[in-house]
Design a protein around this ligand. Sequence first.
Ligand code: HEM
Length: 498
Amino acid sequence: GLQQKAKRKALPPGPKPLPVIGNLRDMSLTGLWFSARKWAKQYGELVYLNIFGQGILLVNTHEAAIDLLEKRGAIYSDKPKMIMAGELCGCENMIGLTPYGDRLRRQRKLMLQALGANRIESYHPLLEIQTHSLLKNILNSPDETISNIRRYTGGLTLLIVYGYRVVSNKDKLLEMADECLELLSNHIAAAGKVWIVDLFPPLKHIPSWFPGAQFKRDAAVWKGKMEAFVSEPYEFTRQQMKRGTAVPCYVSMLIDEAESKDQAAINEREFDIQWTANSLYVAGFDTTISSVSHFFLAMLQNPDILRKAQQEIDTVVGPSRLPTFSDRPNLPYVNAVVSETMRIACPVPLGLPRRITEDNVYKGMFIPAGTLVFGNSYNMTRDPAIFPNPDVFDPSRYLEDVDEATAKLRDPRHYVFGFGRRKCPGQFMIDASLWIAIASMIAAFDVTKAKDECGREIEPEVVYDNSVFSTMKPFKYDIRPRSQQAVRIIREARGLED
Ligand code: HEM
């Protein structure tokens, strides 16, 4: 009866909304995951908010994420229709914003075909070469570590996806990508930011010169930049292929494999290659930067952990060469440092938004169709039942002798890559690229706090600067080769320029 219906309509709990604007004031443009963790503690596994009536659901536990985002994937895998980001800025075809359906399944198949667990080994040589270049760049310009890391990350993707070699921090494609990524995650599709046009779609028809239509003028400029970001690197690979000078990469491999003669199918294939390639860049960049920055931060703050990892490398790899992928099984402590880095960094703390396509009920709580759904990975990686003292960077937590089920539960890879049908397709690639980068930096460098003119240590200042990814403003530290021997093996290693 009526009572039953009222009960069914009970939304999940959450901070009290105000009339009309809802929880607008509870939202923040950066670091929303800190509030989300507090709400999870206060209200439990599901938290519901609204902004101007648009429902937002935070899924705070692993159990609920599996139950909803994975097991009920048929209705939890769609994406919000974003008029500003999608239609007006031309980002609607980025994979992370693509609606669930045939096109997405086709595109995910392409990405997994190229980056699936069984394909990663074929990238090992490229990953080692790119890592050697990173070490050389750090050695040559230790004060530019952040731009070195950006160049490593952007360069790695440009190499693997487009076969394009970046050999300077001021590379044109790298700078173009930088600008677009900043626009994308802090302006166009910033989490916690609502575009008025997304709330009142008819506004998209107002003319650009109209007072208040600044968003339309911005969108027009941004759209042009985004289009160039998608097409220019792709054209580069096409040109190289025509000249016969292309390096084997994601794009050239997929173009080669296309066999259809039917024009519609050729166009569809080209569209899929262009947009998946661009999305690999977009999704892989800030996530890698966040991981590597958190690694540096952890090493500064925990010199004992760095020393212990270095000792393991000295024993297993020895001082006369850099680590390679074949050393990985023999370096349990270094592996634990990499896992702990992924957990602490949690590079996409609230995942990417989903949109539920039908009304749904979970444990008596009502979740209306159209609600935006976020998997709160940040809260899951700080669950004290699984990770005691969750805010402490402690690799030894992975080295305890526990049964297989517990070991699995303690692997941060279960939480940080999202869930179900939209789970990160780059997870195997990043698992390899992050490992080789971290192992090599541990082997070659000491990382310590920077000192001021009076020789006092400078505490790193941690300021999160992004609304979707846990990237930080650059902080100061000191990085130098461990020894003359380390300098020699870095110089001798084969890099991108050799
Ligand atoms: C530590 C690094 C990374 C983390 C933590 C991470 C995490 C995530 C998360 C949480 C999502 C959303 C999943 C969901 O909706 O459930 C995602 C999506 C995605 N990731 Fe990653 N990612 C990382 C690196 C990468 C890399 C290196 C690539 C590319 C080579 C990549 C490509 C993608 C793509 C294309 C999507 C969109 C998938 C879709 O919407 O269907 N990611 N990632």
